[in-house]
Ligand binder design. Structure first.
Ligand code: GLN
Length: 196
């Protein structure tokens, strides 16, 4: 793990598939040192890992090329590594996945329903709320819905009273795509937590 205060924390963005470049740009603008992660061995020096949105079934398929992903993610977490999963990334972090069921890491005590906000062409941008009531623009693209969250999961933002940005210790997850509408607040929260 590394976190050089002068350069900001060293963050990885899982770059197997999906919107990884947009996350990299935001994190760099916020002062983080960012590496794209394509192999499990690249996790070692990082303070945190962003798992971007895309398609979780494709991510699972691509992860089969390196079976080490599963134990290495676990090791990274056990050594204090943080995660921020958005959309497909949130699906991967969840304890249980439905519609249909699929393998997941189980780092976030939550059940998620895939594609619960409609299909690709029903993608939408709407205003939700931070926990303190401030508005937050959110882009939903075939987004998963958090349908059950455990007692240790804190709701940081919601949309129509459904949690859409949550935190459990160093695990952060969002149903929507914070990287495509110029909102950097979620990434900043993630980086600030790593600096603590
Ligand atoms: N529906 C996708 C999945 O199940 C996630 C969509 C997204 O990441 N925008 O993986």
């Amino acid at each position: 793990m590394s976190s050089d205060a002068s350069r900001g924390p060293h963050i990885g963005v899982l770059a197997l598939q999906g919107d990884f470049d947009a996350h990299k740009i935001i994190l760099e603008q916020l002062g983080a040192r960012v590496s794209l992660v394509r192999k499990p061995s690249q996790l070692e020096p990082l303070a945190g890992l962003v798992i971007p949105g895309g398609e979780s079934t494709t991510l699972l398929k691509l992860m089969q090329y390196f079976p080490d992903w599963w134990p290495e993610f676990q090791r990274f977490k056990d050594n204090g590594g943080a995660f921020f999963g958005t959309c497909a990334g949130m699906i991967l972090l969840a304890r249980e996945v439905t519609a249909p069921a699929q393998k997941s890491l189980g780092f976030l005590d939550a059940k998620v329903e895939r594609n619960a906000y409609g299909r690709q062409k029903e993608s939408f941008e709407e205003v939700g709320q931070w926990a303190d009531g401030r508005p937050l623009e959110m882009v939903f693209i075939r987004a998963p819905r958090l349908c059950e969250i455990g007692p240790e999961v804190e709701v940081l933002a919601s949309h129509n009273d459904v949690p859409v940005f949550v935190r459990q210790g160093k695990i952060y997850a969002a149903s929507f795509h914070p990287e495509i509408n110029g909102v950097s607040d979620l990434h900043k929260i993630f980086l600030d937590a790593l600096a603590e």
